[in-house]
Design a protein. Structure first.
Length: 462
């Protein structure tokens, strides 16, 4: 077999391949055998029909077509390997010559990864937020914990802000009660704004057993977006009492004996969160600077496929789970379809560039992924997806996603190498040293590439 490579542009080549006919013999034999199993000829047992009879009855052309279809992938792969090409997607194959007993010639056009030159990246410098935890931050964190331990008790008075009410609701549109417009025993905290616009004003000052009526635009259901007349009946009023912030509260809400120990632990946890945010911010900013340093040509079909994949994932996975379609999502976001398409294209380009550049760095730096690193990554992915490690691993293997996970880890390590070489300063001008970069780098890479990572923004709990 002879092959030659013609470069059409930085991301596409044409392979020209010539195959001596004798190299088609294994595929010709396989073609006769396959046809033998599919047809019957009077006077011959199935599977025992001579080749000359098959040629006479069904035509030599049918045999050649079957043989060529069987052989093409093998010869194409040999030509790719011979040309040391890193191909993307499926080739467009054109058989240019087929002389029975003499020659098979074909061309194959295919996209390839562009050759990239990674410049010195040690001069990258970025600024991130300083890790600073104020007393106000701690107060807010403790107050959130305090809210979780609030208690309620029935009161015989009119409802006021902060009370927990039990409500019966009935919504009418054009004087007709909606089929899905009746709800009973709804628990609602006055002032939370979690139900309908206008409900807080309507129930404030109302005692148990009394009703109020107000008009509001429905946020969901069969009459979503329409103005409805809503009747609300208050069946119970409960006051909400927060525990005192003292040592007893610390013992109730935590493993600590004193309130000061609880506050100290809150400070520590907030610092961990801010360090996580700082590391993620550093990774993102360094990646953006790295992308500016390298010119990356992108195959048109690859970009189109990536854009389509991102749209599909958004519409069918994320929006589908929320009960939204694309039109409603764009309305909520305040974007036109043209703006959405432009943003999606920009994100897709960034994802492809990120993968190309970091893969090149993986090769340049000779980075490998150990079984331990892959297992740790799988465990994190499993935890964030809500699946057990065994379930997640099984799904990954069955879906053929192991190479994707290996790539995530490897590219995360490559980005960590760049971050380590870069200068990262905080907003106070202090040079900071990031620890355990690989884990956050894997998340940043997955987000840039558009990989669907459940819980990608997971952080230490406050």
């Amino acid at each position: 077999m002879k092959s030659a490579v013609e470069t059409l542009n930085p991301t596409r080549v044409r392979l020209t391949v010539e195959v001596p006919f004798e190299e088609l013999k294994p595929s010709l034999d396989a073609a006769y055998k396959k046809i033998n199993q599919q047809v019957t000829v009077k006077g011959f047992r199935q599977g025992k029909i001579p080749a000359r009879v098959i040629d006479q009855r069904f035509g030599r052309g049918a045999v050649l077509e079957e043989a060529v279809n069987d052989a093409l992938p093998k010869f194409y792969t040999e030509a790719v390997n011979e040309g040391e090409l890193n191909v993307l997607g499926q080739p467009e194959v054109d058989i240019t010559e087929l002389k029975d007993g003499e020659l098979l010639a074909f061309t194959a056009e295919v996209d390839i990864r562009p050759a990239l030159e990674i410049p010195d990246y040690s001069g990258i410098e970025v600024e991130v937020d300083a890790v600073e935890v104020s007393d106000e931050d701690i107060d807010k964190s403790v107050e959130q914990l305090r809210e979780r331990f609030a208690t309620t008790s029935p009161v015989e008075r009119a409802a006021q802000d902060g009370d927990v009410l039990t409500l019966n609701l009935e919504a009418k549109v054009d004087g007709e009660v909606l089929e899905d417009g009746v709800a009973e025993g709804v628990t609602y905290t006055v002032g939370s704004g979690e139900l309908l616009d206008g409900i807080d004003e309507a129930v404030t000052g109302v005692e148990a057993g009394a009703t109020a009526t107000f008009t509001s635009e429905l946020k969901g259901g069969s009459a979503e977006g329409k103005e409805a007349e809503v009747k609300v009946e208050v069946t119970e009023v409960k006051s909400r009492e927060l525990p005192e912030l003292d040592d007893d509260f610390a013992q109730l809400a935590s493993e600590f004996d004193t309130f000061e120990e609880l506050r100290a632990d809150s400070r520590k946890r907030l610092e961990q969160m801010k360090k996580y945010d700082q590391a993620t911010q550093a990774q993102e900013k360094v990646l953006d600077e790295l992308l500016k340093l390298v010119e990356v040509p992108i195959p048109e079909k690859l970009l189109a496929d990536e854009i389509e994949t991102r749209k599909h994932n958004l519409v069918n996975h994320q929006l589908g789970q929320m009960g939204l379609d694309l039109a409603k999502y764009l309305e909520i976001q305040g974007k036109t379809e043209e703006e959405f398409d432009a943003e999606t294209k920009e994100q897709a380009e960034k994802g492809i560039k990120t993968q190309f550049i970091l893969d090149e760095l993986v090769n340049k730096e000779k980075l490998n992924v150990s079984q331990e690193e892959l297992t740790e990554h799988l465990m994190r992915r499993a935890q964030s997806s809500g699946m057990s490690p065994d379930q997640f691993a099984q799904a990954v293997v069955e879906g053929g996603q192991v190479p994707m996970l290996v790539g995530e880890v490897a590219r995360g390590k490559a980005l960590a190498v760049v971050v380590e070489a870069a200068t990262v300063k905080d907003s106070n001008g202090e040079v900071i040293d990031l620890d355990d970069e690989d884990e956050t780098a894997e998340t940043v890479v997955a987000e840039a590439e558009g990989t669907e990572v459940e819980g990608a923004d997971e952080k230490p709990e406050a």
